[in-house]
Design a protein around this ligand. Structure first.
Ligand SMILES: [Zn+2]
Length: 351
């Protein structure tokens, strides 16, 4: 992952300094972009922050929003994006701002900025997180590695030992275990390994939701603002590709029903948890379409092209990544050029 990031960064730097992202834009920049965010919060200063790519600081967020406001792109809601895609109204470039999971810092730090610049936005809610019963397993993994010098993990029925004394070792162990977990065939297996590890090292996996995620009351405060769209993001934040057809259907339907019951609005838009190619593919796109969602977003990187009008259940997004918080990156990212390069110049990738 870090190798990919380095290449990506180099590609973005080259594009930025050559100015070619602006020249290429009409060709590969697409008709718009959907931006992904998770946390917006003040930086922490720990050396070991493996999940830092999921957070940007409030000043960086404001810079990006200000820059977008001054750009020629329209900042629009998901419903308006859907209208433009289905009516093929591509007169003006658009940007949608979206947040995944339902973190409290969205209300605390992002919302005042969105309000100030009158920017429509969407929050994709995993209802188990809002109920404060979800398992944020990637944070439990981080916490175990952060506090131990050495850990034993049960992998493929044997205990394996890992040194994690230094920040570099911690990072390496995190990446190894994270991708090992992501390679498990089922979500149950993944969760089981993390639960066992957390129990062994006294990490409370249940505390993160209450600490980090909004309550229904806080979410209702946001949902009351016409700028805000609430989307679905499953109940248990499972990697859908690792569960049965019935479970995929249940996760999508139930999250929609719970949100409707709690907030009085039926979500029309969906984000697949994790959302990369290994988490959501043609089966998930089909089920989302069958259930009548108007749009569904992945985390596959890319701008939106006219052709995505036929693939509204598999929309790519552009992540505002905490590793790339230099303001000039925002322009490159939102131009779509860097992510098109990332995709090997295949603008539409829905397989
Ligand atoms: Zn998520």
């Amino acid at each position: 992952m870090s190798v990919r990031n380095t290449i990506f960064q180099a590609a973005m730097e080259a594009l930025y300094f050559s100015g070619s992202h602006l020249l290429l834009r009409p060709l590969i920049g697409g008709v718009g972009a959907i931006v992904t965010l998770h946390h917006v919060r003040p930086p922490r200063h720990a050396a070991f922050q493996p999940n830092r790519l999921l957070e940007v600081t409030p000043p960086f967020f404001e810079k990006v929003i200000r820059r977008l406001r001054r750009s020629r792109a329209d900042l629009i809601s998901l419903d308006e994006m859907h209208r433009r895609m289905t009516e093929r109204d591509f007169k003006r470039r658009f940007v949608c701002i979206t947040f995944d999971d339902g973190y409290r810092d969205n209300l605390q730090y992002a919302y005042p900025v969105l309000k100030k610049y009158e920017v429509p936005f969407a929050i994709y809610v995993a209802t188990g997180f809002t109920d404060h019963v979800g398992e944020m397993w990637w944070l439990a993994l981080e916490a175990v590695i952060a506090k131990q010098e050495m850990i034993a993990v049960r992998l493929d029925d044997e205990d394996r030992w890992f040194n994690c004394g230094t920040p570099q070792e911690k990072q390496a162990v995190f990446e190894h275990l994270y991708w090992w977990l992501r390679a498990r065939k089922t979500e149950d297996e993944l969760r089981h390994v993390v639960r066992e590890l957390a129990a062994r090292y006294n990490v409370d996996t249940s505390k993160y939701c209450a600490e980090l995620c909004m309550t229904w009351q806080e979410l209702a405060e946001l949902a009351a603002d016409p700028l805000c769209t609430i989307g679905a993001h499953t109940v248990n934040h499972v990697i859908l590709a690792k569960v049965s057809d019935n479970d995929v259907r249940a996760e999508l339907e139930n999250s929609r029903a719970v949100i409707e019951a709690a907030l009085g609005v039926r979500p029309q838009h969906l984000a697949y948890p994790v959302g990369d190619r290994t988490s959501a593919g043609p089966r998930e796109f089909k089920i989302a379409a069958d259930l009548g969602f108007k749009t569904a977003v992945t985390t596959r990187p890319g701008a939106i092209f006219k052709g995505h009008g036929k693939h509204l259940m598999a929309l790519p997004r552009i992540s505002l990544n905490g590793e790339f918080q230099r303001p000039r990156y925002a322009r490159v990212l939102v131009s779509g050029t860097a992510t098109s390069l990332w995709n090997g110049l295949r603008p539409i990738n829905v397989s």
